[in-house]
Design a protein around this ligand. Structure first.
Ligand code: NAD
Length: 490
């Protein structure tokens, strides 16, 4: 299927951390693909900024090697590559000193009137200083856009501080806080599914939905991020942002229009409706875990390289959204490292049919489950109960109606990488899929008391084996309420 191309205006995109992992694996390949699709105007410039001095030609040679590694051969033609590399410039700009900032401002001025965006693909300690230096050297104009990556703070106080430092230079209307989960095709499809179809919305409430499960499971360990991770943990690293964002999109009321602030208003209302978790209920509603070494697979402590740590590499929790729509329907969230498979999904588990007309010999009636799968293969399935085909009387069985877009549309659907879409949304000036300041702060307001309550618990972190579903207590979180987690399968 040919995707509809909406051309963008001429722009300068400055990537701080232009030599880093995110730039290599995601940003440059994503921009290359958009160029390939004809979406970048010929004036568009991509300016990589990092500390080490280097000529633009040297950077272009590095970028060529990264593109050859991270873009498939079929997509890489030599003329396209040459055109894209021609857009790239490199500037040495040191976030820690005044080195390079005047040169950056001058390069941008030379580009004339055009969209200007700064992408901070650097560690979080640089976010504040970079904003301040961009303001001081005049590189940031009143209309310039700023893109910041997670982590957006370590707790509510640090998030507020960071937001204030950004706001001192950039207007909120130009601030793009990336949560790349929101750039995933199926996550946006969740909104289409809910709000463009009359079928689901009448059922999308506590009367018909028994519970919702949101799982983001990883089969790998800490992947070299041990030191950072040990200061962070799964709750801050994954739940505060990605899982709560998925919860918001699932639970929110229909916005009046599909416009950035109307969508974000509804999401923030969900965050504010979350029942607090604190010392009184933290033990009943949360489980944290840490993977242990088993069968030659390193444990958490080996991954980090420390003798002891209480940091969680797994968390499961039960969240209640206290409003009319969801009262009594819990949202169970779980995420962790070294689990059975890499899998992310939202499962809407509907209540059973009120009465079964079938004899016991027909077998169990399977409740309906709508599954929105983010990875490994993006798609949507609806589990139904059907009659087992063939003679032999009425026998019931569960079957999944697969609404995978590739199958349904009967064409080759290219699902773009989340970053590819989000970077272009920044240039287009569309903030719908980015977090607003009050959203980030509302999420931290809910997370902070959980962290504080955990600190007061001794021995709160439960061990779990690699390759499984997390600690036993996480299973009990649901079992004791007569529910069970869906299997983690790749
Ligand atoms: P990285 O360590 O690979 O790259 C950091 C970049 O910052 C390098 O280009 C380095 O030259 C530059 N830098 C370091 N010190 C500097 C200084 N004083 N002045 C100017 N530039 C300096 O990091 P990364 O993995 O690319 O991550 C960057 C940010 O993106 C982090 O905040 C991270 O949490 C976030 N993030 C990364 C990923 C990913 O897939 N890598 C995913 C989500 C979020």
């Amino acid at each position: 299927m040919t995707m509809k191309i909406i051309p963008v205006q001429p722009f300068d995109l400055v990537i701080f951390g232009g030599t880093g992992d995110l730039a290599r694996r995601k940003l440059l390949p994503g921009l290359f693909r958009r160029d390939l699709a004809g979406q970048l105007p010929h004036e568009a410039r991509i300016i990589a900024a990092a500390r080490r001095p280097m000529r633009s030609e040297e950077f272009q040679a590095k970028a060529e090697a990264w593109l050859r590694e991270f873009v498939s051969k079929e997509e890489l033609s030599e003329p396209d590559l040459a055109r894209f590399l021609g857009r790239l410039q490199y500037l040495a700009v040191d976030a820690d000193s005044s080195e390079g900032w005047e040169g950056l401002a001058e390069t941008l001025r030379a580009g004339g009137e055009r969209i200007r965006a700064f992408y901070l693909a650097v560690g979080p300690r640089f976010f504040g200083p970079i904003c301040e230096r961009l303001g001081a050297c005049g590189a940031a104009t009143p209309d310039s856009r700023i893109v910041v990556e997670k982590p957006l703070g370590h707790d509510l106080a640090s998030a507020r501080d960071l937001n204030a430092r950004i706001a001192a230079v950039f207007d909120e209307a130009h601030v793009y806080r990336i949560d790349h989960y929101l750039g995933k095709e199926t996550v946006q499809n969740l909104m289409a599914l809910r709000f463009a179809n009359a079928l689901f919305e009448p059922l999308w409430n506590a009367r018909h939905v028994d519970h919702v499960q949101i799982t983001v499971a990883e089969n790998l360990g800490l992947d070299g991020r041990g030191e950072y991770y040990d200061r962070t943990g799964a709750l801050r690293d994954m739940v505060q942002n990605h899982l709560l964002q998925l919860l918001c999109l699932t639970a929110m009321e229909p916005p009046g229009r599909f416009e950035p602030d109307l969508v974000r208003d509804e999401k923030v209302k969900v965050l504010r409706a979350l029942a607090p978790i604190g010392p009184a209920n933290v033990t009943q509603t949360t489980v944290r875990g840490q993977h242990v070494a088993r069968n030659g697979i390193p444990g958490y402590l080996d991954d980090v390289g420390v003798a002891s740590s209480a940091t969680e590499s797994f968390v499961a929790l039960k969240a209640n959204v206290e409003n009319w729509r969801w009262s009594g329907t819990p949202f169970y969230l779980r995420t962790g490292k070294r689990l059975r498979a890499r899998m992310s999904e939202i499962a809407i588990v509907f209540k059973d049919a009120p009465h079964s007309i079938f004899p016991a010999s027909a077998g169990a009636v399977h409740g309906n489950v709508l599954v929105i799968r983010l990875q490994p293969d993006e798609g949507v399935t609806l589990r139904m109960t059907i009659k087992d085909p063939g003679p032999g009387g009425m026998r019931l069985r569960g079957a999944a109606l697969d609404m995978s877009f590739a199958n349904t549309l009967g064409e080759k659907v290219v699902i773009p990488d989340a970053y590819e879409r989000l970077v272009l949304d920044v240039i287009r000036g569309d903030q719908t899929l980015f977090m607003r300041r009050d959203e980030v702060e509302a999420a931290w307001s809910w997370i902070d008391p959980i962290l504080a309550a955990w600190e007061d618990q001794t021995n709160g972190t439960r061990p779990y084996d690699p390759g499984g579903s997390g600690p036993e207590d996480a299973l009990l979180l649901m079992h004791r309420e007569g529910r069970r987690w869906r299997d983690i399968t790749g």
